[in-house]
Design a protein. Structure first.
Length: 116
């Protein structure tokens, strides 16, 4: 069982930055594939970025060059650094973890609102 707790969301002006954190429980964090997804109101949940246990990253085209996913295995934490934020980045952001056995876990979500 993996429990995920996100933090770092909030209200930011267009062009601003935020860093989201996802703290994971347990002792298998270094083996997990970690991901960030988002769901805007009235839309489907979509992948934002993932990072494998080897540190390989992949991004949605809409955020590439603006967002950076990273992980600190010593702290059991994954991060999403978001810069040059746009109003269309407004959504609930969810942390996801996938184990070696393909079990998937979700955090409770954190709201990010980009508005002036």
């Amino acid at each position: 069982q993996v429990q995920l707790v996100e933090s770092g969301g909030g209200l930011v002006q267009p062009g601003g930055s935020l860093r989201l954190s996802c703290a994971a429980s347990g002792s298998i964090f270094s083996t997990l594939v970690m991901g960030w997804y988002r769901q805007a109101q009235g839309k489907q949940r979509e992948l934002v970025a993932i990072i494998t246990n080897m540190g390989v990253t992949n991004y949605a085209s809409s955020v590439e060059g603006r967002f950076t996913i990273s992980r600190d295995n010593a702290k059991n934490t994954a991060y999403l650094q978001m810069t040059s934020l746009k109003p269309e980045d407004t959504a609930v952001y969810y942390c996801n973890a996938v184990t070696n056995y393909r079990y998937s876990y979700w955090g409770q979500g954190t709201q990010v609102t980009v508005a002036s």
